[in-house]
Design a protein around this ligand. Structure first.
Ligand SMILES: Cc1cc2nc3c(=O)[nH]c(=O)nc-3n(C[C@H](O)[C@H](O)[C@H](O)COP(=O)(O)OP(=O)(O)OC[C@H]3O[C@@H](n4cnc5c(N)ncnc54)[C@H](O)[C@@H]3O)c2cc1C
Length: 406
């Protein structure tokens, strides 16, 4: 490890790795530090990702890191089990995949290291260096050794429990009410159709949703997110569901994980002098679906480029770095607002009304013309819009945001 870099990325999750790749590709000298002993583990994720994000990272989806690229049906159940199905016709490319995230991140890290970035695991940031109102580096612990490493720009990609931006004096919320609490079993020997992703709403996962995401035949991520202030644990809900479902009851649990997801909206300020915040650390998670990888990866790609350019120009002020925040907001702010409103409208809807809405939506075929930038949440919302249009309150609050859903 050298004593100074153009860019130090803290956290080697999808957002941090995307930032590192982009900064290296734009000519910066980059250090990535990761707290865990291995990149990609533990996986705290349902592993569902838009294909476009993989392509944006310069990777071609292949079986070494894609577990399932043939989910044809997204099946959603209302509180009283009314069913919606969004069907992808055979022969049409699916817009999303279920990853083998451990391999995805490891392969990406190797690619980035081969491009010249320095990557160190078992190396947590333990503080930021500051000088004259600028973040100027990171204090870190490399296995058993404490070091101070200088940088022009720090990119905080340290996930939902982020500290780096807070150490720098930035406002990053940690209020439990703004987080979903998640638990997940990775289950083998379950009787699950590998072509169908399932989502359940209602009391099985209050304030969130329950998912079954198939990785292969008989192998699936089974989990849920609930409101962060629910007095019952996410694990308790997970156990209840699994025990009641005869397809899952006798399955084996290959992995278990729990984790928070920030669903309370994106932070207002993503940059300050010498520092940028990306991914879950910046709360860039779809507030309705809890999906964050696509938005964190895009944030990383934009931030890495801006950071490299800032280092090259010798201007790492908040004013210069703000180009990242502006671009991210341009691409996603209105979309996130739409999902925030959609979530509120659904949450305030009585169960019977939600059942009726789901009945009206029924089964729909995914149009053939979805472009490669489409995310699954936006695709779903656009597809059910013809039905939502019959609800005046929804039209009034959500209608103007529809064009931003891609
Ligand atoms: C159960 C569950 C299911 C989910 N399912 C999906 C899904 O299907 N699809 C989807 O898109 N999203 C999903 N999400 C959300 C998704 O996992 C996150 O949005 C995504 O991982 C965010 O990426 P990130 O790089 O910002 O943060 P992370 O992936 O959390 O990575 C942050 C990294 O920073 C490291 N770190 C933290 N502190 C330090 C430090 N001080 N020094 C050095 N390193 C540090 C951490 O060890 C970690 O590796 C799910 C989340 C959960 C909990």
């Amino acid at each position: 490890m050298d004593s100074s870099y153009d860019v130090i990325v803290v956290g080697a999750g999808p957002a941090g790795l995307a930032a590192a790749k982009s900064a290296v590709d734009h000519g910066a000298k980059v250090l990535v530090i990761e707290d865990h002993a291995a990149i990609g583990t533990p996986v705290q994720c349902g592993e569902s990702l838009a294909l476009s994000s993989i392509e944006e990272l310069g990777l071609k989806p292949d079986p070494s890191f894609v577990a399932n690229d043939d989910v044809r049906i997204i099946r959603m159940y209302s509180p009283n089990k009314k069913k919606i199905e969004l069907i992808m016709p055979e022969g049409q490319k699916t817009p999303g995949v279920i990853l083998e995230r451990k391999m995805f991140e490891k392969l990406l890290a190797v690619k980035i290291a081969n491009s010249g970035a320095h990557i160190y695991t078992k190396t947590p940031a333990i503080g930021v260096l500051k000088d004259n109102g600028f973040v100027t580096g990171i204090k870190l612990k490399h296995i058993d050794e404490i070091r101070e490493v200088k940088s022009r720009v720090v990119i905080a990609a340290d996930g939902p429990s982020s500290n780096v931006a807070k150490w720098a004096g930035m406002e990053i919320y940690s209020d439990i009410k703004k987080f979903a609490s998640c638990a997940q079993f990775q289950m083998a020997n379950v009787n699950i159709d590998p072509k169908i992703s399932e989502i359940y709403l209602g009391k099985v996962a209050p304030g969130g949703g329950f998912w079954i995401l198939p990785k292969q035949k008989g192998f699936a991520n089974v989990g849920l997110g609930i409101a962060g202030n629910d007095p019952k644990t996410a694990l308790a809900y997970l156990r209840e569901f699994v025990e009641k479902d005869e397809r899952l009851r006798n399955g084996s649990i290959i992995e278990f994980n729990v984790g928070p997801v920030p669903v309370g909206g994106v932070v207002k300020k993503m940059v300050d002098n010498g520092i940028m915040v990306v991914g879950d650390a910046a709360r860039q998670v779809n507030p309705a679906t809890g999906g964050g990888m696509k938005f964190g990866i895009r944030a990383g790609i934009i931030a890495g480029e801006v950071a490299a350019s800032a280092a090259k120009n010798g201007d790492c002020s908040a004013k210069f770095l703000k180009a990242y925040e502006k671009q991210w907001n341009k691409e996603f702010a209105r979309r996130f607002k739409a999902f925030e409103i959609f979530k509120e409208l659904i949450e305030e809807m009585p169960d019977e009304k939600l059942d009726k809405l789901c009945e009206q939506i029924g089964t729909r075929e995914v149009p053939g013309d979805i472009d490669s930038q489409t995310d699954l949440g936006s695709m779903g919302l656009r597809m059910i819009w013809p039905v939502l249009r019959n609800y005046p309150k929804i039209v009034l609050k959500l209608g103007k945001f529809l064009p931003s859903l891609r």
